[in-house]
Design a protein around this ligand. Structure first.
Ligand code: PEP
Ligand code: MN
Length: 342
């Protein structure tokens, strides 16, 4: 009995200490916010860029190196949240931010339909997504279909519709190209060039895209080949980096394993590769919950799992009427579902 009382006393003393620290923490956070508000305002007045990714990285890595007891992922997330919070109120000055600034935000959310179908469809989806603060609109127009008899996308017309919908809603367009000519023809309409899983080993295409985008650092979203090892994936990224474009985003999108013999999973979500890549590259790593599962009702959970273990972002297939989607209807979620993730 006495032992129990002693124990309770000890617990209470420790709780008091924790409360004390929490009070200090919140006070310090408020103080920090006041200072960062002032700092950001100064930058805005001086027309200087608000975001400084390099400094953010330095702050995080300094603390990761100095503190052992706190988990690295936690520190990463904690500081990203702090940085995001300081910057949030300035996002209304949208015109101060460039695509690079948005790529620096965490999480990077890219969403939109598998394929652009018509103007109404892409505009409806874009409007909804942008109202949630999403800045990247995906939509395929040159589709790598398994059968030549399946719908191949709207081609150049689709890219135009995607770009218009993106611009109208202050978003950036993300679309896949299969051949370099498609990029040449649509260069100004594509903000992020997607190289799909099936093209990851098209080394000629990687070189041409690298050379073409090196001049302006246009972002390239490279998806992992579904049978590629991580080394092969990173080597593919090197083709673009070595051509002189450092702005590559890696995307894990599920791999093919024996699981597909008797499960309904379209691919096997390669979630642990997020952790593996973290140690092997500085490039942002995003995850595709849509193609990796092929199932709309798995998308939210897999997305949250990916973010929880440190993915820098997601690319998600969204449709205003999933059942009518021309391609990949089974894996499309309605735009509102995104709110369960971000
Ligand atoms: C896509 O994102 O539209 C796509 C076709 O994905 P993947 O290349 O990963 O199959
Ligand atoms: Mn798709």
């Amino acid at each position: 009995m006495e032992n129990n009382e002693d124990l309770l006393k000890k617990i209470n003393i420790l709780r008091e200490q924790v409360n004390d620290i929490d009070n200090h923490l919140v006070e310090l956070l408020a103080k920090r916010k006041g200072i960062t508000n002032e700092l950001i305002q100064q930058k805005i007045d001086a027309m200087l860029p608000v975001l400084d990714k390099q400094r953010e990285r330095e702050i995080i890595s300094k603390h990761i190196q100095n503190i052992d007891i706190i988990n690295e992922t936690f520190l990463n997330k904690f500081f990203h949240l702090l940085f995001e919070d300081s910057k949030r109120q300035y996002y209304k000055y949208e015109n101060l931010f460039s695509i690079h600034d948005y790529i620096c935000r965490r999480p990077i959310i890219i969403a939109g339909p598998c394929v652009v179908e018509n103007e109404l469809q892409i505009n409806t989806i874009a409007e909804k997504l942008s109202s949630y603060g999403i800045k990247f609109l995906r939509g395929g127009s040159f589709k790598p279909r398994t059968s030549p008899n399946s719908f191949q996308g709207l081609g150049n017309e689709g890219v135009k519709l995607l770009s218009e919908a993106a611009k109208k809603n202050n978003m950036y367009s993300v679309t896949e190209i299969l051949e370099i000519e498609q990029l040449v023809k649509n260069y100004e309409l594509i903000d992020v060039v997607q190289i799909g899983s099936r093209s990851m080993t098209s080394y000629g295409l990687l070189k041409s895209v690298g050379n073409m985008t090196a001049k302006d650092g246009k972002y390239v979203l490279l998806k992992r080949g579904f049978s590629a090892t991580l080394s092969e994936f990173l080597n593919a990224a090197d083709y673009i980096l070595q051509a002189g474009n450092p702005n590559v985003i890696l995307c894990l999108r599920g791999i093919r394993t024996f699981e597909q013999i008797d499960s309904n999973l379209r691919f096997t979500p390669d979630l642990a590769s997020i952790l593996e890549l973290r140690g092997r590259t500085e490039l942002p790593v995003i995850f595709d919950p849509s193609h990796s599962t092929g199932k709309a009702n798995f998308v939210v959970d897999i997305s949250n799992a990916a973010l929880n273990i440190g993915a820098d972002g997601l690319i998600i297939e969204v449709h205003n009427q999933p059942s009518t989607s021309e391609v990949d209807a089974m894996q499309a979620i309605i735009p509102e579902k995104i709110l369960d993730i971000i």
